[in-house]
Design a binder for this molecule. Structure first.
Ligand SMILES: C[S@@+](CC[C@H](N)C(=O)[O-])C[C@H]1O[C@@H](n2cnc3c(N)ncnc32)[C@H](O)[C@@H]1O
Length: 234
């Protein structure tokens, strides 16, 4: 099993419905904070179930939702059917997006599941699909010095503040026994320090700032705001 397969099955990274909802709210609000204009064409890449899609769709001109997991896309299709400015994309749909057609791409809490070569391809594709000066929001990037213990503590804190502490404790115990742990042992998570992410984005034609707040409940993770540089901007 790979990380992609993991997300195409029932999994328990959200400890209960309340956690999932509060998480979706944080992501939707965090993404919207960076939408450059009300008519912007936005892509959420690796969007998951995107429970906040309605909120985001109301704040941009068009919203494309891409996820690699077919089961996730099926849920998205059902939950966004009434939203006229939302499109669900599979890999062919993403490839078919015209170059220089997007104002913003957000990718939140995905990089840790992606290897080096795929990430390089992704960043090149993002650069191609963004308009000149377009914005790439890379959220919830895991730094190398963030231990699983600190991640667990941040979840418990989120659970305490969000009223799902007991479920969070149970969720951590389930995760410790789940495929998540064995996949983490087998493949690890991809992690980046701030200088590494800045260098990588520069290599792929983006100038970059670190956002003051991470999009996610753990503020030890990082969000980067990367602009497609003018140099051979298409
Ligand atoms: C932790 S979830 C994050 C979902 C959403 N972005 C959020 O922050 O709530 C990771 C998502 O990335 C997707 N994913 C996993 N591997 C991917 C890849 N190689 N390319 C794009 N998406 C991927 C999974 O299907 C899953 O929905």
């Amino acid at each position: 099993m790979t990380w992609r397969d993991f997300f195409d099955r029932d999994h328990s990274i959200y400890v209960n419905a309340r956690h999932k909802l509060l998480h979706a709210e944080i992501v939707a609000k965090g993404v919207c904070a960076h939408i450059p204009s009300p008519d912007a064409r936005v892509l959420d890449y690796g969007c998951g179930e995107a429970l906040g899609a309605r909120y985001v769709a109301a704040r941009c001109g068009a919203l494309c939702l891409f996820d690699t997991a077919p089961s996730v896309r099926a849920k998205l299709a059902a939950s966004t059917v009434a939203l006229s400015n939302v499109r669900i994309l599979d890999e062919a749909g993403f490839d078919a997006l015209p170059d220089a057609s997007l104002d913003m791409i957000a990718i939140v809490s995905v990089l840790q599941y992606v290897g080096e070569a795929e990430l390089a391809r992704m960043f090149d594709n993002f650069r191609a699909k963004l308009k000149a000066g377009g914005l790439l929001v890379v959220g919830d990037v895991v730094p190398p010095d963030l231990s699983p213990l600190e991640d667990a503590r941040a979840l418990l804190d989120f659970g305490w503040r969000g009223g799902f502490l007991i479920a969070a404790v149970g969720g951590l115990a389930r995760t410790a026994l789940s495929d998540y742990r064995s996949l983490r042992e087998k493949y690890g998570l991809s992690t980046y320090s701030e200088p590494e992410m800045r260098a990588l984005l520069a290599e792929h034609g983006f100038s970059c700032d670190r956002a003051p707040a991470n999009i996610g409940h753990n503020q030890k993770r990082m969000t980067f705001l990367a602009r497609k540089t003018a140099l051979d901007a298409s």
